[in-house]
Design a protein around this ligand. Structure first.
Ligand SMILES: [Mn+2]
Length: 311
């Protein structure tokens, strides 16, 4: 029997009008939930900052949102995924990070995704993007302080500080054995095991964390080369193949780069990029998300195209 029905339009209305005190309360509750997550939680197995996911049921994978609340609503409505999540535990909602900055609804996006995590703890995964990184690795422009100031007025600072502190509990990667590795940015020659990814912060391996949050695939690079972003690296097909081989995954799924169609494929089908927001300051015509049957085994990102929805 269903315990409740989560009404998306009510949740969005709430996000648009709540005062900072309710926002802060939600951030506090999410922080305490995420801080305590360990071992088996629903279909997820949490190992430090890594989430291992059983290849069961479906996953909805959402790329960068960057303050675009409208796109998040479109995705959740057209996929009808929240209804699925209420009906079955084998429906997992995965966000690839970069929730805030650039668009003007950053606080509202945080509120909605945290409420979803609180409502479905074992079915929602929040990855860490470069805009949720530690201070010294933070994405630019970081206009979250200005947005919080506009949204919450003079109480903005505590809401901002709490949100920033919460980001440390977001996850570095999702791993589905023999299938997928999902991260915000990219892979790195620093990775020789899943442990390396899980423990990047704990081991103070900031070079690896930077690569996970910032790096981009490149078709011409062999190994890695410096990135025009000024953080992370460009990594070549040989790095992708090497890391996927070591970890036993077939396809890297990541966000971080805008793309005209909302998605793109690199490295001969080994890398899928998803970008799930539209509008300024980007020029992509479409946003896209992936709604994926997890039990099926795909070897090549081209096989995922039928499961990608453009909007
Ligand atoms: Mn990014």
């Amino acid at each position: 029997m269903q315990c409740f029905v989560l009404d998306l339009s009510l949740l969005v209305e709430e996000a648009l009008r709540i005062p900072s005190s309710s926002f802060i309360e939600t951030v506090d509750r999410a922080a305490s939930l995420l801080r305590g997550e360990s071992g088996r939680v629903g279909n997820l197995t949490i190992v430090n900052r890594l989430v291992e996911l059983e290849p069961l049921g479906e996953a909805l994978v959402i790329g960068d949102l960057h303050g675009d609340l409208e796109s998040l609503v479109v995705i959740l409505q057209t996929s009808r995924f929240l209804e699925k999540m209420e009906k079955t535990e084998e429906a997992t909602l995965i966000f690839l990070g970069d929730y805030g900055d650039r668009g003007d609804r950053s606080a509202e996006i945080y509120y909605v995704i945290l409420k979803l995590k609180l409502a479905f703890p074992g079915q929602v995964v929040l990855l860490r993007g470069n805009h949720e990184a530690p201070k010294d690795l933070l994405g630019y422009p970081h206009d979250l302080p200005a947005q919080f100031q506009n949204r919450f007025g003079e109480d903005w600072e505590l809401a901002y500080e709490k949100t920033r502190a919460l980001c440390a509990y977001f996850y570095n990667a999702v791993f589905v054995e023999d299938r997928y590795l999902m991260v915000h940015g990219g892979v790195s020659p620093e990775i020789s095991s899943l442990q390396d990814i899980a423990l990047a912060q704990e081991n103070r391996n900031l070079a690896l964390l930077e690569d996970l949050l910032w790096s981009d695939p490149d078709e011409d690079v062999q190994g890695v080369s410096s990135s025009p972003r000024g953080a992370g690296k460009l990594f070549g097909k040989n790095v992708t193949e090497d890391v996927l081989g070591k970890l036993n995954a077939k396809i890297l799924i990541r966000g971080h780069e805008s793309s005209d169609l909302g998605f793109k494929i690199n490295h001969d089908g080994k890398v899928l990029t998803l970008f799930s927001r539209k509008g300024s300051p980007y020029f992509n015509r479409y946003g896209a998300y992936l709604q994926l049957p997890l039990s099926e085994k795909f070897e090549d990102a081209q096989q995922l195209v039928p499961w990608i929805h453009k909007f």
